[in-house]
Design a protein around this ligand. Sequence first.
Ligand code: UDX
Length: 470
Amino acid sequence: MDQQAHILILPFPAQGHIKPMLSLAALLCQAGLHVTFLNTDHNHHRLTHREALSTRFPTLHFESISDGLPTDHPRTFQHGGDQIISAIKSVTKPLFREMLADFGRKSELPITCVIADGIMSFAIDVAKELGICGITFRTFSACCLWAYFCLSKLIEEGLQLPVGGDDDMDQMVTGVPSMDGVLRRRDLPGTCRRQPDDPLSQFFIEETKAMTRASALILNTFDDLEAPILSHIAPLFPKVYTIGPLNALLRSRLGDDLSLSLSSSSSLWEADRSCIKWLDSQPLRSVIYVSFGSLVMLTHGQILEFWHGLVDSGKPFLWVIPIRRGAGAEQEILEELQAGTGEMGFLVDWAPQEEVLAHPSVGGFLTHSGWNSTLEGIVAGTPMICWPQIADQLINSRWVSEVWKVGLDMKDKCDRSTIKEMIRTLMEGRGRGEIIRSMNQLANSAHVCVREGGSSCHNLEKLIEDIRKL
Ligand code: UDX
């Protein structure tokens, strides 16, 4: 076992960031490296399987740090996203500097490398100040990252923000290499729908520029999936390690049982496993699984449109309705909807998603196109309907439908008749065969790249080797 290398991993405090970064932590520990996984105090307590994880991976340690917000803060992007980012800068950053310096002074095993979330650039700067190698890990797709890199230039060349309102949203955006003819205004990252001086818009643009101060970039993607885009990003960093899909890489290295247990251990909510029993009773490939990740919030009206669309489609459905996450739905609505749904559907507040996607009864995935969900859908070979709402989701969904052709894009629509038609088209329409063929090919290349000799497997080994040399 390597006694020298000690990596500190710092995710942004949200589910879609913690999960892939914890997967990477497990892979590094599996290789014998020491990892300290640093969550905010708030999320540290919600990650209830920490002890089990440390038992399974003895070189994995958990630490926590304040996010600078009061205990009763909702900590959602919709309710105070700008407060989250400003508290991280003003409170977490100085604490982080102290903590990292303390590791150097007091610990027998000083930190040799910091792997910080791609939107936590302060950690890269602090690491550099202290003479420690800083690697940035952007949990988004490469296509979204590339769009962010090109955004300032697009604005200089006349792109007016916010897009929307009276704009022709289907107008093509020109000037983003490798995206001509695909990227429309409608598909630009979610921040482009905000005012240019909005703190969250500024944050994403600034954080993207700041990433290039890192010694290397890690992406949860694979070369076959985003090769043309990766060729533009590669020259911006001394090194780029594409090591995705991380869930498939975990499965290939740790086996099915351990990787699925790691997936549920990295959840901030306890999954309702009763849905697996319900899935067992459904016909092969008949069910549409509906989940909008951990951040998207639905209004009461949107919930009703989805419910009617799902019921009218005549297809059985499993729907993750984010009740406990305060996402605009209340317990009574859930009970009312469940009662009205009867045997046709099953509603839960958090599902064991990877297990659900791999279940033989599931034939389609209605998703918000979060990057983890997109990759998990690809790995499971499940065709998708995309209903993106924020951030990278808007561009991911375009790539799903237009570039990879493994799903349909329902962006900017939310009425029961469109929802019904989309589900019917995906589950039984004439185009399904074509989508399934593309999906099978893509799923196959995802599995090949994580096997011995595959690109992601090779890049992980290179990353481990490079960290060991520090
Ligand atoms: C968001 C962004 O949309 C995403 O693209 C970015 O990279 C990180 O922040 P989120 O909205 O949470 O993330 O979506 P996603 O990236 O899909 O991550 C959600 C994760 O939660 C997935 O790994 C999924 O498996 C898991 N999940 C979701 C469950 O385990 N159970 C559920 O019921 C729903």
